[in-house]
Design a protein around this ligand. Structure first.
Ligand SMILES: Cc1cc2nc3c(=O)[nH]c(=O)nc-3n(C[C@H](O)[C@H](O)[C@H](O)COP(=O)(O)OP(=O)(O)OC[C@H]3O[C@@H](n4cnc5c(N)ncnc54)[C@H](O)[C@@H]3O)c2cc1C
Length: 303
């Protein structure tokens, strides 16, 4: 089925809310990216399930995004349908001693809900701009902890539109990775185990982490956080800095002066600019230190 015909089918599920040729710049923290052939943001899990099942049945490529804070979308854009899991699946609540969050809930919202109920565990996430689904896919972490540490169980949707539950062990969490980077499951809802902690202590710790970020990361420019993973035994930022690359610029993309593992968009960067800079960094670090840098950010779309 062509995307034009699929547009009409989708329009029956989300009347008037299917966007064709929507610029992905609006949906990525890097403010970079070409158009999504089709773009939808379901208002709830039933709608999401119908979209996913319909795309599967019609053989239409499906790309799921969350807050878009770890994505480099190509300048040519994304074929098929892009599904943003956002505010429509943004609820967070407490169930006995557990925090339950839908996939589109921002980490800040989850951490605040946990704190207000007197539960610690999410302090590490202060300043990470992602939503729950993306954070689980990436096993987002900072300050010595990662989101996978807190997981009790996850409700997922297959690309065929069928629900299934997975335990923490089945998610295969590792350094900035999980089973979701290999298997096309979609996160719907997650239950987190948290421990009781004094609210003031939680707030104090989170304020400190935010303060540290403000002084060490270029948060006033669009970016996607760390571009490369830290290789075993090394800091990617330090390797890049020691290769003399801080401040290097291609088009509108620049290696941050504040943190060399951040590539910032000066306002007119293209995905091609960022990818060219990525290649230069890899070459330079490899020739100086013999270390292969692995991407942390997800490159999506047609290069
Ligand atoms: C300023 C800044 C600082 C950052 N600091 C950190 C940090 O300290 N630590 C860290 O780990 N990261 C950091 N990041 C990166 C990013 O915020 C995290 O990786 C975040 O958790 C990604 O979540 P997202 O919702 O934005 O995911 P997206 O970028 O939208 O997607 C990321 C991946 O998750 C997948 N995905 C999204 N939603 C779902 C879903 N519902 N089901 C299945 N798969 C899904 C996507 O397909 C994609 O592969 C930072 C980013 C910025 C811009």
């Amino acid at each position: 089925m062509t995307c034009a015909a699929f547009y009409l089918e989708l329009n029956k599920i989300l009347p008037g809310r299917v966007k064709a040729g929507e610029s992905m710049k609006k949906y990525t923290s890097w403010r970079i990216g070409g158009p999504a052939e089709l773009f939808v943001e379901p208002v709830g899990r039933e709608e999401l399930q119908r979209v996913v099942a319909c795309a599967h049945k019609r053989g239409i490529r499906l790309t799921v995004i969350g807050a878009g804070s770890n994505l480099l979308v190509s300048d040519r854009g994304i074929k098929g349908v892009v599904v943003k899991v956002g505010r429509g699946l943004g609820r967070v609540w407490i169930e006995e001693s557990r925090v339950v969050a839908e996939a589109g809930a921002k980490l800040a919202h989850v951490a605040a809900t946990a704190k207000d109920a007197g539960f610690g565990g999410f302090e590490f996430s202060a300043g990470i701009p992602g939503a729950v689904g993306g954070a689980l896919a990436m096993n987002a972490g900072a300050n010595g902890a990662s989101i996978g540490d807190l997981v009790h169980g996850i409700l997922l949707l297959s690309q065929a539109g069928e629900y299934c539950r997975k335990s923490k062990e089945e998610m295969d969490f590792g350094y900035r990775t999980s089973v979701l980077r290999r298997e096309p499951w979609i996160v719907i809802e997650t239950t987190f185990c948290c421990r009781r902690r004094d609210k003031d202590l939680i707030k104090k710790e989170m304020d400190e982490y935010r303060h540290k970020r403000r002084s060490t990361q270029p948060i006033t420019f669009p970016s996607a956080g760390s571009v490369f993973k830290n290789p075993p035994g090394h800091s990617a930022g330090r390797l890049i800095e020691s290769s003399g690359l801080k401040g290097m610029r291609i088009g509108g993309a620049e290696i941050s002066d504040l943190h060399a593992n951040f590539i910032v968009n000066l306002g007119w960067a293209t995905a091609r600019d960022v990818l060219t800079l990525i290649d230069k960094v890899r070459e330079a670090v490899h020739s100086k230190f013999g270390v292969e840098l692995e991407l942390e950010v997800n490159v999506v779309g047609d290069i």
